[in-house]
Design a protein around this ligand. Structure first.
Ligand SMILES: Nc1ncnc2c1ncn2[C@@H]1O[C@H](COP(=O)(O)OP(=O)(O)O)[C@@H](O)[C@H]1O
Ligand SMILES: [Mg+2]
Length: 141
């Protein structure tokens, strides 16, 4: 288990960028943590690390954004508004989780109640106004 402490949005984006540089196509990164804990900021850096110049913003309403222009596509999902796996399937999002093309980053991944073998799991936590914590339970994977 690795604990990262990020003291600004910029530091959070840099952490995401380092992950984006290291992740292989075909992997799923599952992000959990309360609203405002920094998940979207992390994905902004991740897309940059993959090499995409796309603008990254929250897919809370769209459910899915795709960022191109990097080494591989980045699919950015936000399952916050979905109640469970059945709704995730009904929204047409299952393939991004179980057969990722490129890298899939999923906010509120716990809404998908089924196992995702090989998923990299990151847990985000609010510490204070400018500080967030990220726990990485499978470092290096
Ligand atoms: N260290 C930090 N890391 C990430 N975000 C931070 C940090 N400090 C303050 N913030 C603020 O917290 C909010 C994080 O929002 P966001 O990334 O959308 O979170 P989430 O996607 O988890 O809801 C932003 O308003 C950002 O400016
Ligand atoms: Mg978000």
């Amino acid at each position: 288990m690795i604990r990262h402490v990020l003291h600004s949005v910029r530091e959070m984006e840099s952490l995401g960028e380092a992950f984006g540089q290291a992740l292989a196509p075909g992997c799923v990164v599952g992000l959990s943590g309360d609203l405002g804990s920094g998940k979207t900021a992390f994905v902004r850096g991740l897309a940059r690390g993959v090499g995409s110049g796309s603008r990254v913003h929250s897919p809370t309403f769209a459910l899915l954004h795709e960022y191109e222009g990097g080494r591989c596509p980045v699919h950015h999902l936000d399952l916050y508004r979905l109640a469970g796996a059945a709704e995730v399937r009904a929204a047409g999002l299952e393939d991004y989780l179980v057969r990722p093309r490129g890298i899939t980053a999923v906010e509120w991944v716990e809404r998908w109640e089924e196992p995702l073998p090989g998923m990299k799991r990151l847990r985000f936590r609010w510490i204070d106004d400018g500080t967030r914590e990220v726990m990485d339970d499978m470092p290096g994977a």
